[in-house]
Design a binder for this molecule. Structure first.
Ligand code: SF4
Length: 323
């Protein structure tokens, strides 16, 4: 399912790629290290690209007359214009991509929680928080791509959601230039359970687009499908969404299971519902029955492995985990 798809991701270069931070350091991330064999990363360090060098004096965002400016605090040098110019050219020249993985809280790369200072003093209290220059423009120009910051990948739920979106969007990108509706039908069929977990309303909408009762041209159908797919994947699935899918899949096997096996599955489901077991406990159990009963249909469902297995980690920052 994943061997033939490698998402293309723009990544802040200081994340596992180069010691290019202002202080000459690199950020280590086990998740990003594990992603390397499965993802085509496009590393970029906007601050180095505009000639600031390594190491360099730190920069920060300063709000001046209602406008965010990028300022080197020690020298007072305003590098906003040169940064904007670099970002415009870089983003315009990108090949087809599936997402962004950015350094959090950076005045250049950060997307959220970036400190914004009032004008004037070198040492001053933060006025507010917002996005960095590169992070903001990337999100505005590529609203339909998976975008995440590295710190949030420590949260199990956010990491799983990001990886699922990323690999699903990459699989979809592979068929966007197809000449055969069959490819779209197969994509939709393979993602049925995944979409059911994410958003049932969108699943129906996507199903009716694939049915194409209005006989629209294929490229139009694919373009509309892409927009609705992104909406479907915009919010991580709820417990309820997952439990619905797990029970659906269980329905395939329950007539052939012993009373003890059924009871064990329902207990495991209850443990997941009450946050005592990860989702993977339920999906692994179901997958063992997919193999045992040679269920070809469920075996094709991306729900059971939306991204490569060796990216599955159950470690969590403990912040906000809810499945
Ligand atoms: S956060 Fe962005 S600009 Fe800063 S060092 Fe990393 S890649 Fe370079």
């Amino acid at each position: 399912m994943h061997d033939d798809v490698k998402p293309v991701v723009v990544i802040s270069k200081c994340l596992e790629h180069d010691a290019c931070r202002w202080n000459g350091l690199m950020i280590n991330s086990i998740t990003i290290r594990r992603m390397k064999p499965h993802v085509d990363f496009i590393p970029v360090c906007p601050e180095v690209e505009i000639g600031l060098g390594v190491p360099r004096k730190p920069i920060r965002i300063v709000k001046q007359q209602n406008e965010n400016r990028l300022i080197q605090s020690e020298t007072g040098k305003d590098i906003s214009r040169i940064m904007h110019e670099f970002i415009d050219v870089f983003l315009a020249r990108l090949p087809a991509i599936d997402g962004f993985l950015l350094k959090e809280r950076s005045p250049s790369c950060g997307y959220r929680d970036v400190k914004i200072y009032p004008p004037g003093q070198k040492v001053s209290p933060i006025t507010t928080k917002g996005s960095g220059f590169f992070g903001l423009t990337a999100a505005e120009r590529f609203p339909n791509k998976a975008l995440e910051t590295e710190g949030r990948l420590n949260n199990f739920r956010l990491r799983e959601h990001f990886l699922t979106r990323l690999f699903t969007l990459a699989r979809f990108r592979k068929i966007t230039h197809t000449k055969a509706i069959r490819d779209l039908i197969e994509f939709h069929a393979a993602h049925k359970y995944l979409l059911m977990a994410y958003n049932q309303t969108q699943l129906k909408r996507l199903g009716s687009l694939v049915a194409n009762h209005d006989k629209k041209p294929l490229q139009l159908v694919i373009s509309e499908y892409g927009k609705e797919l992104i909406k479907a994947l915009s919010t991580a699935p709820s417990f309820k969404g997952h439990i619905n899918v797990l029970l659906h899949a269980f329905g395939y096997f329950s007539p052939r299971l012993t009373a003890q096996e059924k009871a064990f599955f329902l207990e495991t489901l209850e443990s997941y519902r009450s946050n005592r077991q990860p989702l993977s406990t339920c999906t692994t159990l179901l997958y063992s029955w997919i193999v045992r009963f040679s269920n070809k249909y469920l075996r094709t469902q991306t729900y059971f492995s939306p991204y490569p297995h060796d990216l599955t980690e159950i470690t969590d920052s403990g912040k906000g985990r809810n499945h």
